[in-house]
Design a protein around this ligand. Sequence first.
Ligand SMILES: NC(=O)c1ccc[n+]([C@@H]2O[C@H](COP(=O)([O-])OP(=O)(O)OC[C@H]3O[C@@H](n4cnc5c(N)ncnc54)[C@H](O)[C@@H]3O)[C@@H](O)[C@H]2O)c1
Ligand SMILES: [Zn+2]
Ligand SMILES: [Zn+2]
Length: 394
Amino acid sequence: MRAVTFHGRRDVRVGDVPDPAIQEPTDAIVRVTTTGLCGSDLHLYEVLSMFMEEGDVLGHEPIGIVEEVGPAVTHIAPGDRVVVPFNIACGDCFFCNRELYAQCETTQVTEHGKGAALFGYTKLYGQVPGGQAEYLRVPQAHFGPIKVPEGPPDERLVYLADVAPTAWQAVEWAAIPPGGTCTVVGLGPIGQLAARVALHRGASRVLGIDLVPDRLAMAQRHGVEALDLREHDDVAAVVRERTEGRGTDAAIDAVGLEAHGSGMAKALQRAAGMLPDALAEPVTLAAGIDRLHALRLAIDCVRRGGTLSISGVYGGALDPLPLFDLFDKGIQIRMGQAHVRRWTDDLLPLVTDDADPLGLDDLTTHTLPLDDAPRAYELFQRKEDGAVKVLLRP
Ligand SMILES: NC(=O)c1ccc[n+]([C@@H]2O[C@H](COP(=O)([O-])OP(=O)(O)OC[C@H]3O[C@@H](n4cnc5c(N)ncnc54)[C@H](O)[C@@H]3O)[C@@H](O)[C@H]2O)c1
Ligand SMILES: [Zn+2]
Ligand SMILES: [Zn+2]
């Protein structure tokens, strides 16, 4: 089958790999019909490339049709339309019973001291072949795949795999009081949807910060007060000015470790990226530093006693964080990978509603054939041609 494979920093290719097959009774095989590119894929493409191996199949946002199921898989059958969550969880362990699916104890990658295995996401997370491919082997398929109805387009339902639950969790973790305010730092797909979910769930105002005009304009179309980072020397001061001098009740970081505007850390990340993988890996694990501009900005924008919710992915071991500010302001912090299945029952009615309450029809900017994946990665990374969310069609 055809699949998007990793070959080095900024080098993905589409090639032939062996067809996946059922290996465990709890497996399923899904024929992928549409599959997303995520900001997390961009981290692998750039600063976390040392944890990838030549030929690894990328991708973790698939929707498709069940081809085959193992004998232990009973809630889905061949021919069913399913969305596959990006984290792989068993549904019945210490953590799954607490709905902390991103920490599933059955799939945890203990060898590297990490949480649940993820599709297409480095050896630190199990090196499980990903969903940017014609076919996907789904482990723990007796629990993971979400059966979805015929009717709504792939372009909407595919967001159940990652973006919508991640945004939903970001807002849940942000604990915005009824009628309260929230700043969303970063208006990529995650930030766009987090802002919309916050408004949908009762926030009175959402202020969004980015530096890409198309993304600011998209947020504005959905009721967000958009602030262009490049137009303000101190954008957090603008957020405070607009909130009676206090800052917003909550702030969501939807940027992560490659934030624009962190020159020193960028140079260090680049230097680690230049090392051979055998050296870069231990250096990054022991002494890696994230680009913290966005996280610091979020800390600056949240009011005293407010909540900071971090969806952006971080991987640093020695990050210099402003603990004085965090402590003095009495900020609560919640973060982590989304526990996808925990939120999909809340989301399914919204995603399948013809009225499209989350405006999902205005998120996908490009749908390209799988064979155009190299161009798709480039476009998404460079944010060219108005790219916000890019999907591939195998
Ligand atoms: N927690 C989870 O489960 C989960 C799931 C999916 C994605 N993510 C992470 O969420 C983050 C965002 O993903 P995405 O798909 O929206 O990616 P993206 O790269 O398209 O979005 C990031 C946005 O942040 C903006 N940005 C960069 N530096 C900034 C700064 N200093 N201030 C304000 N804005 C800035 C960029 O212009 C871009 O629009 C990534 O780190 C991704 O890995 C986490
Ligand atoms: Zn993702
Ligand atoms: Zn589990």
